[in-house]
Design a protein around this ligand. Sequence first.
Ligand code: GLN
Length: 495
Amino acid sequence: MDIRELTAAGTGRLIREKKISVQEAVEASLEQIARVEHKVHGFITVDAEGARKKACQIQERICAGEFAGPLAGVPVAVKDNICTRGVRTTCASRILENYVPAYTADAVERLERAGAVVIGKTNMDEFAMGSTTETSYCGVTRNPWNLDHVPGGSSGGSCAAVAAEECALALGSDTGGSIRQPSSFCGVVGIKPTYGTVSRYGLIAYGSSLDQIGPIGRSVEDCALLLDVIAGQDRKDSTSVPRKKYDFAGALRMDVKGLRIGIPREYFEEGLDPEVKDKIQKALRILEEQGAATEVFDLKLVKYAIPAYYVIASAEACSNLARFDGVKYGYRAEEYEGLHEMYKKTRSEGFGSEVKRRILLGSFVLSSGYYDAYYLKALKTKALIRQEFDRAFGRFDLIVAPAAPSTAPMLGSSLSDPLQMYLSDIYTVAVNLAGLPGISIPVGTDRKGLPVGMQLIGNCFEEDKMIRAAYTYEQIHGYERPELVKEGGSYGETV
Ligand code: GLN
């Protein structure tokens, strides 16, 4: 048996049955990191020492009868915009290159309380702004299915690490698609929960009204188990909501009988790669055979989602990023004359160009004279989009969508055209604007052997239906591993 290939649920079970130790699970993860990381580069920081120490402590406590939950002893990676006390948290930015938080995010605290072991911090687009993980200050992450392609973004490091079997589970964050899109590019499962389900305390803010932390894994079950652990109201985040009960794992049933799935006409028209469309249609046939009913309908306002999203996300980003001024956190320019020059130089040198573009755009749409024309209009558009989804969920239990217009592009092919990159978020951003939950699951590969993802969108607080449909499909379709991981040796020499 190779521990690396196991799901998190499988690893947790063997640990509980005392067939393997927590130390063995952690070592298996660290070995795979040593084997593939020089090619994949999913991590910014690997906390081998911390993870080994934790493994011993947790093993002792498991033996003492504590930590009886399904994820006890399981290694988990955490995106590098989620604060971990004592472990560097960089947001893949020069400005936070050496920032070591004094506190831990609520989601990570919950992970630790469940006995999971944080193995390291994963690469991402700088401040989660981007769709390819190429805007990272720490270098690019490569797609484990084909190292010449991007893993998607911004949670590209988390998704690549899970696909390359460096860990079975990871946390990502999703402001406009950053969990679902890289999950689809890397052939793994990713869930963006309903806004307010997971506390944002300790998540370094990008667009506060859109950001949500969520699970990434190689199976629907693993994601449901992780979501059960991290979800919950937190008084440190006033936007986290009380929900009746968390039992996402309880939705893991092979049962879609009578489930009504809406297919928005606008999401399957021109602009969508025919191979992606074909794979999603095939996946829908499988759900239909299991008893789900599908129907095409109009979701007209989604064509305004991209402009509304980029106005709102940039406005919030420019306000959130004002705190990085060389005084309170991280990097400060070395030479300057006076306070203003210090701010200017620190921010000029500390932020990368994509982040600067968003700050400029955000300052512009919020400036007096333009506020009504852009920001206010975007907020109204957001409300209308939400209403349109409300109407749709009167008729449907789930809405299906691609996660991206194509499979993973080649490295270096996207950065030169930012507008094109923004447009590629077409299928994911409306979900964040409306606060809805969404899941991306792998539904096969294209001619080039790159994974295709299918997105299922649920009504607010109805993750259970999404999980049910995803689980049903997965039971029939199974999980495909990247050739490179299977072959092992193709990653080259161990470093
Ligand atoms: N690609 C989108 C952006 O750059 C979404 C990013 C995200 O979800 N964090 O804003």
